[in-house]
Write a protein that binds this ligand. Structure first.
Ligand SMILES: Cc1ncc(COP(=O)(O)O)c(C=O)c1O
Length: 386
């Protein structure tokens, strides 16, 4: 193992981040507020809404998880409520439900986008209502950057009058029917964690429909301080604001977001090309032109009956031995020990994706030489077993 590690997805600075961070130091804005926080919010707001007829506001927060928590707080989710959530996702999509003492109800994926299945979502809503409790919200995720079936999910949500919280943590730069992910519901969230398409080292954002909703979110994110000369509180607050230092990194990153989306999509094309001649490996791609994925991570499913016996785990271990990181897809939430008592509506799609799916190195900063190593690593594995 003498070669440098190839990571699944690593931070990729654009070059101007340090300038914004230095400005924060020079002006002594070393705090969870300041010009970079405002500037970063404006940059993201423009990126999401300037070419759209929709309007919205962005609150920069300490993480995507914090943003989801606040979205649920804003929707009035309380102890004892039920919240529907895509099962195939990272735990951060579901954990904030538990923070509030509410109960998650998990729903399977569909095969085209790997996201929330409209059929099972509808069945889940009808069944929960029949059992006596109407769900308070639906958490839908644009997993790995692929937009979920926005029209179908929104139609069901409005039929039953249940708000959708759009988890766009992995999908900055993705679009559905030409509109940016993060703009399809009353509340959406983004993550700027170190592994995301752009990063602030750690951070997130809540996207609201109105400036008033943003103001309320920022109020809650800064300990819910009432207007008074002393410290007075009429509501429970949180310490969830993004630091001005981190926001400086974000400002630099927003200058290169289009390049980052292009590079991730090129990685996806690289895998489509690589696997085009190999039987039994499916590269997950957009079902049609309505869906434009940033391809934050490139995802394949492996059918070992068709690869001559090579399983997902065989390929993962083979790459690991070559110092190349790859990862199984998210383990569905309904299979997690911590959520073992939660209800689930589905028929095995997420389980199957978890069993056979693999995320491959997808960074926007992979060199030609690293791509060659990935290609040779994959080909040598599939040939070795044949
Ligand atoms: C789907 C999804 N939701 C939520 C989050 C939470 O974001 P953060 O890590 O910024 O808290 C992440 C990423 O970490 C994610 O992948």
């Amino acid at each position: 193992m003498n070669k440098d590690k190839i990571w699944l997805s690593s931070p990729h600075m654009g070059g101007t981040e340090q300038k914004f961070v230095n400005e924060a130091f020079e002006q002594n804005w070393v705090a969870p507020l300041g010009p970079n926080v405002n500037g970063f919010e404006n940059d993201v707001e423009k990126y999401l809404f300037s070419e759209s007829s929709k309007e919205g506001a962005v609150a920069a927060l300490s993480s995507g998880t914090a943003a989801l928590h606040l979205a649920l707080v804003m929707l009035g989710v309380k102890s004892g409520d039920e919240v529907l959530c895509q099962s195939m996702t990272f735990a951060a999509s579901a954990n904030p439900i538990a923070y509030l003492g509410a109960t998650p109800v998990f729903v399977d994926s569909e095969e085209e986008t790997l996201n929330l299945c409209p059929k099972h979502l509808k069945r889940a809503i009808e069944d929960r209502i029949a059992k006596g409790k109407k769900p308070k919200a639906i958490i839908a995720v644009h997993l790995y950057g692929m937009p979920y079936q926005v029209d179908k999910i929104n139609k069901i949500a409005s039929e039953f009058d249940i708000p959708v919280v759009e988890d766009a943590a992995e999908a900055l730069g993705s679009t559905y029917k030409g509109e940016k992910c993060g703009t399809f519901s009353e509340y959406a969230i983004l993550s700027f964690n170190g592994n995301k398409i752009i990063t602030t080292s750690g951070g997130g954002a809540l996207i609201t429909k109105t400036p008033a909703a943003k103001e309320k979110a920022v109020f809650l994110a800064t300990q819910a301080r009432d207007t008074a000369p002393h410290y007075q509180h009429s509501e429970i607050g949180y310490n969830y604001r993004l630091s001005n230092i981190s926001a400086g990194i974000g400002r630099g990153q927003m200058q290169v977001i289009d390049k980052r989306v292009r590079a991730r999509r090129e990685m996806h094309d690289f895998y489509v090309d690589l696997f085009s001649e190999i039987e039994g490996v499916k590269v997950h791609s957009a079902p049609n032109n309505d869906f434009f994925s940033n391809h934050w991570l490139s995802v394949v499913s492996i059918d070992k009956e068709k690869t001559g016996g090579v399983s997902r785990e065989d390929l993962r271990l083979h790459l690991e031995a070559l110092n190349i990181e790859s990862r199984p897809l998210w383990k569905p939430m309904h299979l997690q020990p911590v959520f073992r008592n939660a209800a689930f509506y589905g028929d095995g799609i997420a389980e199957n994706l978890f069993e056979n799916g693999l995320c491959l190195p997808s960074g926007s900063n992979l060199s030609q030489e690293q791509k060659e190593r990935i290609k040779n690593g994959i080909l040598s594995c599939l040939k070795e077993y044949k």
